[in-house]
Design a protein around this ligand. Structure first.
Ligand code: DGJ
Length: 733
């Protein structure tokens, strides 16, 4: 069945579960010459799948007549005079006005995508291109809607082409504008700060505007680009995201009379792009999806990210267990203490040993050396290559930390090239963590970084690179004369170019995106870097919320998730067993001083890694279903990871405090006709326990009685901590 059909005045996109329908209407202004026929494109419907064929689609078209100079419909490029809401496109034209009128010209279906620079969806099946034109301004607006064989996600972007003789200034160009058939919605956003990323917030909206986003140069800890909009009348849930890591904005407008408008794209804050004659501008790609419930939405979001965003080299590749030196050793690292830590890491079952910050020239505090990506010979007298070889000879992979987009005042790079730093003339620069940012919009900076990082890679031969980014962009400025309204976008495009060049040259290196923890967790980064550092907070209590918030949109295989000793800044201590149960869901690892662990802990960690390896594929690639949602009731969180054929499952059950009543834990997503063997993971004070086999139906209807989970924890040692169990289920018939 064709997914995109154009018939008469109807254009229909039908994926398995979604329909997006447009109609093309005759239109003219009062005073227009009636012979001068114009057409406009309207979005007629976006939602759950309608009929099987285009002509079964019930087209109830807004009949506004043909002689009105305004439209009560959902134009696909709303602007002054079309809809009466905030537009997705704002142009300051060469004729000195803000007014534009884009009329429909043509619609075509192309195989594959419309190519673009920067991150974008992979393996597109077909793309619908709707072309509109403003004859007065001589501007063409192209709308691209891409679909996939195996997904209900629709990917949307716009391109503005200046065919005229005057430049035009783009003040706003959202990638996506769509209209939902409801005007009472609840919007869920995922927000936070350093150490508290992606906590879910609920926002009720009835007749008004809601807007969120980022203006700090990155997708940020503050507001993730992923949002959900729920139709309050029937629970239908719409999910939106952006394949982009820079400033973003999500706007939802509930209109009293008609519908809800959603816009997603580059933030228009301080955005002003001069489109010269002959030039074109392509927006980042946004994604839209509709489902009946949260778990179904998450499932499809995960599949889309896994199959259409992550690089092919890592798509189904199991991620290694990491040891990272930061929390344990900070910048005191040297060859001796790292090799000792590597030996112990090997002993506990780690597979990839990562040397974090502190390895390069004079870097013993965070006030210095960013930009000088050369080894510190005092700490590593034998060089990087020798360290890497020694670590690899222990049977470990070797990983290294960098923070390429930054520069320290105290660095050779700054002494030699002060013009590479973002410093606004006649002003003192804003420092964060005592560092400045490099001007990634300057091609010379990208070339320098490409060359110095390539040399480091050739020398150290890392299997993994952690790419950090520890501040926000506050002084947008380039000594090359780039217009300030274009800076934020050009900055991130420069970063993408650098990463793209490195990833193309070294496709097998596993890159992990990090930004003071999880400050750049977005599909743009996931496009290049198959893993993202979830957060600097590894405290299990807080981590529950971070896990729940992150996994709603991003699959476990992308989610760097670690056990550490001190649990970050949050002092609610928890047992190592609970930390493992909660923190291992994702690309797992340890961040601690492994040399300080006692024999008992070393053995416990070995058991954890053995367990993780045994169930790694299920943990990293199983389908994630929330059962008890901590955002709805902060006493419990439970979820299941279900194998592709429902042949196995892992239940993680968590009591968030000591004083909560015990409960039965109901499974979700099992085969109700099958029988499952059930085994509770062994913990320090709780022997492994087997239940008599139970049917999927019983497990989903009645649930599993695991008793009071906190009974096994030492109440003195962990007075306020949370308690958890991990249960493995295997289908036996
Ligand atoms: C911030 C990261 O989130 C940490 O994991 C660590 O890499 C430090 N930066 C190093 O400076």
């Amino acid at each position: 069945m064709k997914m995109i059909e154009i018939k008469d005045n109807v254009i229909a996109i039908n994926t398995k579960g979604t329909s997006l329908i447009f109609e093309i209407k005759d239109f003219h202004y009062a005073g227009d010459d009636p012979k001068n026929k114009r057409k406009i494109a309207l979005q007629n419907y976006f939602g759950k799948r309608m009929g099987n064929k285009t002509n079964e689609t019930p087209l109830v078209i807004n009949d506004f007549g043909s002689n009105l100079d305004y439209v009560l419909g959902d134009t696909i490029s709303s602007t002054f005079g079309w809809n009466n809401t905030e537009p997705s496109l704002l142009l300051f034209n060469g004729d000195g006005t803000y007014v534009n009128r884009f009329f429909f010209v043509d619609a075509v279906v192309r195989k594959g995508p419309k190519e673009m620079e920067g991150p974008h969806a992979r393996d597109v099946a077909e793309t619908l291109e709707i072309i509109e034109k403003d004859d007065v301004l001589d501007l063409e607006l192209h709308h691209y809607y891409s679909v996939f064989e195996d997904s209900d996600v629709i990917v949307v972007k716009k391109e503005l082409v200046n065919k005229g003789k005057k430049p035009c200034s783009i003040r706003k160009i959202a990638s996506l504008e769509t209209h939902l058939p409801t005007n009472e919605v609840t919007i869920y956003t995922y927000d936070g700060s350093w150490l508290y990323e992606r906590f879910r917030h609920e926002n009720k909206l009835k007749d008004g505007t809601f807007s969120t986003g980022s203006i700090v140069g990155s997708s940020s800890h503050k507001h993730n680009p992923y949002i959900e909009v729920v139709d309050d009348k029937n629970g239908t849930i719409y999910g939106f995201n952006l394949i982009y890591s820079g400033n973003h904005k999500e706007t939802v407008i509930a209109n009293q009379q008609f519908d809800t408008t959603v816009m997603v794209g580059i933030n228009d804050f301080a955005f002003d792009w001069l489109l010269e004659p002959g030039a074109s501008f392509i927006t980042p790609e946004a994604i839209m999806l509709v489902k009946d419930n949260q778990n179904e939405l998450t499932k499809e979001m995960h599949n889309f990210a896994s199959n259409h965003v992550i690089r092919a080299e890592f798509r189904n590749k199991e991620r290694p267990i990491i040891y990272n030196s930061w929390e344990g050793l900070m910048m005191t690292i040297n060859e001796e203490n790292l090799l000792h830590s590597a030996e112990l890491s090997k002993q506990i079952g780690v597979e990839l040993f990562v040397m974090d910050d502190g390895w390069f020239k004079n870097r013993s505090t965070d006030t210095t050396s960013l930009g000088d990506w050369f080894v510190d010979e005092n700490k590593f007298p034998n060089g990087l290559s020798s360290l890497s070889k020694k670590i690899k000879s222990l049977g470990l992979q070797f990983g290294i930390w960098v923070e390429p987009e930054m520069i320290s005042f105290d660095s050779d790079l700054f002494r030699n090239h002060p013009e590479y730093a973002q410093i606004v003339p006649n002003r003192n620069p804003t420092l964060r963590r005592t560092q400045l940012m490099l001007d990634m919009a300057n091609p010379d900076v990208v070339d320098y970084l490409y060359s110095v990082l390539s040399s480091m890679i050739e020398d150290a031969k890392p299997d993994y690179i952690k790419w950090d980014y520890n501040r926000y962009l506050i002084d947008p400025y380039s000594s090359t004369g780039i217009r300030c309204g274009e800076y934020m976008h050009r900055f991130i495009m420069g970063t993408y170019e650098l990463i793209d060049r490195l990833v193309s040259k070294y496709p097998d290196i596993l890159f992990e995106s990090c930004s003071s923890g999880g400050g750049r967790y977005d599909l743009g980064m996931c496009y290049y870097m198959p893993q993202v550092w979830g957060s600097d907070n590894t405290n299990s209590y807080t981590r529950v919320f971070i896990n729940r918030g992150t996994l709603t949109a991003y699959p476990q295989s992308t989610f760097g998730a670690h056990v550490s000793t001190d649990g970050g800044s949050d002092q609610r201590r928890t047992s190592f067993d609970d930390r493992f149960n909660i923190n291992c869901i994702g690309a797992f690892g340890y961040e601690l001083d492994v040399r300080k662990l006692n024999e008992e802990d070393l053995k416990l960690f070995k058991k954890q890694t053995d367990y993780y390896k045994k169930h790694r594929s299920l943990i990293q690639f199983g389908q994630y279903y929330v059962i008890d949602d901590c955002f709805d009731d902060d006493r419990y969180y439970s979820f299941a990871l279900i194998g592709k054929e429902k042949e196995e499952a892992l239940l993680v059950a968590i009591e968030m405090r000591k004083d909560v009543p015990s409960k039965k834990w109901k499974l979700v997503g099992l085969d109700e006709k099958a029988t499952y063997e059930i085994e509770v993971r062994e913990q320090k004070n709780a022997k492994s326990k087997q239940f008599a086999p139970l049917s999927g139906k019983y497990l989903m209807e009645n649930g599993l009685d695991l008793g009071q989970l906190s009974d096994t924890n030492d109440k003195e040692e962990y007075p306020r901590g949370i308690s958890s169990r991990m249960v493995y289920l295997k289908k036996i018939n």
